[in-house]
Design a protein around this ligand. Structure first.
Ligand code: SF4
Ligand code: SF4
Length: 265
């Protein structure tokens, strides 16, 4: 459910196709449409760490409260790392944030709600022949496709504030597309729990850093310590570096010299 209110002049046929940033599609969303909020029902919305960060701030909840109240973390066969999805209401199947006025968390709605009705397909290792592309998700329930407003993909993405989510999601994307997952078995329960905490349960991850020996064992400069103490955005970047260090053995962090000596003694 998105506000699409900028009309332009040129239109393109609507069949499913690959769209580049300058290709165009027709769409309009608004509360006067008879499908208003129908798209916010019985839908699987996978939340990124940055989606969770924005939603918990919007709702003035801790990460743990938000996760407990509004999400599920299902496990599928062959799933490599924990995922978090938005929990629909058990009876109505509606998203918990649907209100009479529309989306109650509109300013902080998740990435996938912003993108709709566009989808994205992205090869893991893009080549000149095989690049990321967008496509229009055509669903019977959505009548916005019958409207005549015409958008370029680029303008749609910009109008919905997607860039910030993509920028903040880049390091998590790196984590999830890493070659490690191709070679490794599933995470151990302890690793899965660390992944879940670091990516999704940021307030608990902050306590893990500041209330254990973490900072005695790893070198983190003072400015960074203050940044991750004060800002969830910095903490999230740090969390991804920690997972790259602890899971992938990348040199994103440095063990303190005296911690190595202690371990060897
Ligand atoms: S978060 Fe908002 S836009 Fe997304 S499904 Fe829920 S009500 Fe709809
Ligand atoms: S179903 Fe489509 S047009 Fe209707 S509210 Fe949702 S996104 Fe907008």
């Amino acid at each position: 459910m998105l506000d699409g209110n900028e009309a332009t002049t040129k239109t393109v046929p609507m069949p499913w196709n690959r769209l580049g940033l300058d290709d165009r599609f027709t769409f309009r969303c608004g509360r006067e449409l008879d499908c208003f909020t129908h798209c916010c029902r019985d839908v699987t919305i996978v939340l990124t760490p940055y989606d969770i960060l924005r939603l918990k701030h919007s709702l003035h909840l801790s990460s743990q409260e938000f996760l407990d109240r509004y999400t599920l973390s299902p496990r599928f066969a062959g799933q490599k790392f924990p995922l978090v999805i938005l929990k629909m209401d058990e009876q109505t199947k509606q998203c918990p944030f649907v209100s009479a006025e529309g989306c109650a968390v509109y300013r902080d709605r998740p990435w996938s709600c912003r993108m709709y009705p566009l989808g994205t397909a992205e090869p893991k290792n893009p080549t000149p022949e095989e690049q990321a592309f967008h496509f229009v998700v055509l669903e019977e329930l959505c009548h916005g496709h019958r409207e005549e407003n015409c958008w370029s993909v680029r303008d749609w993405i910009s109008s919905q504030g997607v860039e910030e989510f993509e920028m903040m999601g880049a390091s998590f994307k790196y984590l999830t597309l890493h070659d490690y997952w191709d070679q490794s078995p599933e995470l151990t329960p302890a690793q899965a729990e660390m992944f879940y905490m670091a990516c999704y349960d940021l307030d608990r991850f902050r306590r893990f850093i500041f209330e254990t020996r973490f900072l005695e064992l790893l070198e983190v400069d003072e400015a960074r310590i203050e940044a991750i103490r004060a800002h969830d955005e910095d903490l999230l970047e740090f969390a991804v570096e920690w997972l790259r260090f602890s899971l992938f053995r990348e040199r994103t962090m440095k063990v303190r010299r005296n911690a190595v000596v202690e371990a060897e003694a």
